[in-house]
Write a protein that binds this ligand. Sequence first.
Ligand code: ZN
Length: 140
Amino acid sequence: MAHTCSTMVLHCMDFRLGSAIRNELETRGILNDCDIVAIAGAGKTIVSAEPASWHEAALSHIELSKKLHAIKKLIIMNHTDCGAYGGRGAFEDREAEDAQHHADLKAAAGIVKEAHVDLEVETALVQIDDDGSIRFESVT
Ligand SMILES: [Zn+2]
């Protein structure tokens, strides 16, 4: 029996995302049909060569997920108030924060698609509001 799954999810290590991401994947029906990789900053690790070990870990896990489990799709999930970006305080306002994530997610998707033309890449920004509520926004 082949051991394959449809998707790899790359998201940030941040503990606040845990149940929200699991719920999202369950709602999509892929919770047990995806490889899950958590690295601080998620998409940032693809666009930024530093730290090199994070960058290499992200890229090599995409390769590995394809090789081992024949994934057809990668979902990159960034989130707001991310420590790898210096937190919410590193930005002038929410618009600037969103813009940075959108730019990085688009760039990350471009880099992955260049290396893996056969891979569908989806990007999302997980909004963590100041009251702790969490919602998913598709980024295209
Ligand atoms: Zn984070």
